[in-house]
Design a protein around this ligand. Structure first.
Ligand code: FCB
Length: 450
């Protein structure tokens, strides 16, 4: 399959990786002193998770990480992007440190390095300690300081071995869905809470960058943004302004202040009451690369009864889906990469790309996922096209290594290139894992010839 992709011309040092996040794979939520996160609470809330499941066990990565690292070795990745669980390291979010939690990531990091896989550590992939939420969480300005202290703990402990650091994963998803649209923890729907969360998370990012820069010699620091073109549903006039507002909240609320030093216009006006003198300088800190998570464009429509007047709409009828189950627009990915390059002028790392499915193990014990291979092929081609047109893409990470706990939907949608049987926890690499291994090999071989 990789034969059909142009594997030449990747820059030297291009990083091929896989991504996961702590809450989605680790399980062991009450083990070795871990504290509760807002997602544990969400799982216990009636109706919080679509299929009524929880992440108490998830993929049991907390115990099975050696097997998972062996799978990464087999696929041949250069890097593993994972997240550190704040409530595992600081069970109450601040104050007393949990040595057993710290030791878990020591083992993981050391083992990755021994096997030639570079650890890329993300400080925050949505699992805020519950005790901090009880003190106001992201709606409290203090949360930026709590985050900076947590970042310092991680930098001091792992900074001798981990050089690739990410402050946050998908700022706009967890702030919008957590504080304005009730699709994620903590499930608040309030304009002021959403605005405060945006600003305080931006402050936390800036403080985190400063901490990492001062404590980790040679750190390469990025932040991960989900950027997806927002298209007014059916091109209708009444959807244009809602789409423009969603575009600010989804695509610009974080990279614009962090990298350009200002909020986009509609948001700037609304957020002003929460901004103090000097804040923009605190937020706009120099980082080394732009992390992009991209799945597909968003169609937006007016919904006067929602918190902000917009809602998710439908793709045009008969849009191509390549068997994936949602409309696929690779050109939106190419355009996004070029737009990021033009607007923010940083090297780009694609930190998540992939698609879900309901993959099953067949009678021969194999998992065939041709739709995922089709999706990856098309998206690789779009990325290559963007690179030829000037996008400075330095790495690509598949979401995800493993089927895992897919937040509010539970276990229904499988995003892994490795199948996980959630009864037995058995791992079975899918056809797409082999496809990815072949792609990496071909790209390396092409690189060594050039
Ligand atoms: C992204 C999240 C990741 C996973 C994928 C499918 O928005 O960062 O944790 O849920 O979507």
């Amino acid at each position: 399959m990789s034969d059909s992709i142009d594997t030449t011309g990747f820059p030297a040092g291009f990083v091929w990786g896989v991504s996961t996040s702590a809450y989605q794979v680790e399980g062991a939520v009450t083990e070795d002193g871990r504290g509760a996160s807002i997602w544990d609470t969400r799982c216990k809330t009636k109706g919080g998770i679509g299929d009524g499941s929880n992440a108490d066990v998830a993929c049991d990565h907390y115990h099975r990480w050696p097997e998972d690292i062996a799978l990464m070795r087999d696929i041949g990745v250069d890097a593993y992007r994972f997240s550190l669980a704040w409530p595992r390291l600081l069970p109450r979010g601040k104050g007393a440190v949990n040595e057993k939690g710290l030791a878990f990531y020591d083992r993981l990091i050391d083992s990755l390095l021994e096997r030639g896989i570079e650890p890329w550590a993300c400080l925050y992939h949505w699992d805020l300690p519950q005790t901090l939420h009880d003190l106001g969480g992201w709606t409290s300005r203090d949360c930026a300081g709590w985050f900076a202290d947590y970042a310092a703990l991680c930098a001091k402990r792992y900074g001798d071995r981990v050089k690739r650091w990410i402050t946050f994963n998908e700022f706009s998803v967890f702030t919008l869905f957590g504080y304005a649209i009730p699709w994620a923890a903590p499930g608040i729907t309030d304009r002021a809470a959403h605005l405060k969360a945006i600003h305080h998370v931006n402050l936390a990012h800036g403080a985190g960058v400063d901490v990492l820069r001062s404590l980790v010699p040679g750190a390469s620091i990025g932040a991960i943004h989900n950027r997806q073109k927002i298209i007014p549903e059916h091109g209708r006039e009444e959807n244009v302004e809602p789409a423009a507002l969603l575009d600010e909240h989804w695509n610009k609320a974080f990279p614009d202040p962090q990298l350009l030093g200002h909020y986009p216009p509609r948001l700037a006006e609304a957020i002003e009451p929460y901004v103090q003198p000097g804040d923009m300088a605190r937020i706009c800190r120099s980082i080394d690369w732009f992390g992009l998570n991209h799945y597909g464009p968003i169609f937006a429509r007016a919904e006067p009864n929602s918190t902000w007047g917009y809602w998710w709409g439908d793709a045009p009828p008969n849009s191509p889906d390549y068997g994936v189950g949602w409309a696929i627009f690779p050109d939106a990915f190419r355009e996004e990469l070029l737009d990021i390059q033009r607007t923010y002028r940083l090297p780009i790392v694609v930190t998540e790309n992939g698609c879900g499915g309901s993959d099953v193990v067949d009678a021969e014990g194999r998992v065939n996922d041709p739709h995922r291979i089709a999706y990856f092929t098309i998206y690789q081609e779009a990325m290559r096209a963007a690179m030829r047109e000037g996008a400075d893409v330095r790495g690509y990470f598949v979401w995800s290594l493993l089927d895992n706990f897919e937040w509010g939907t539970g276990y229904g949608s499988r995003f892994g290139i490795v199948h996980v049987d959630f009864q037995t926890l058995k791992r079975t690499p899918k056809a797409s894992a082999r496809w990815y291994a072949d792609l990496i090999k071909a790209a390396r071989a092409a690189g060594s010839q050039s």
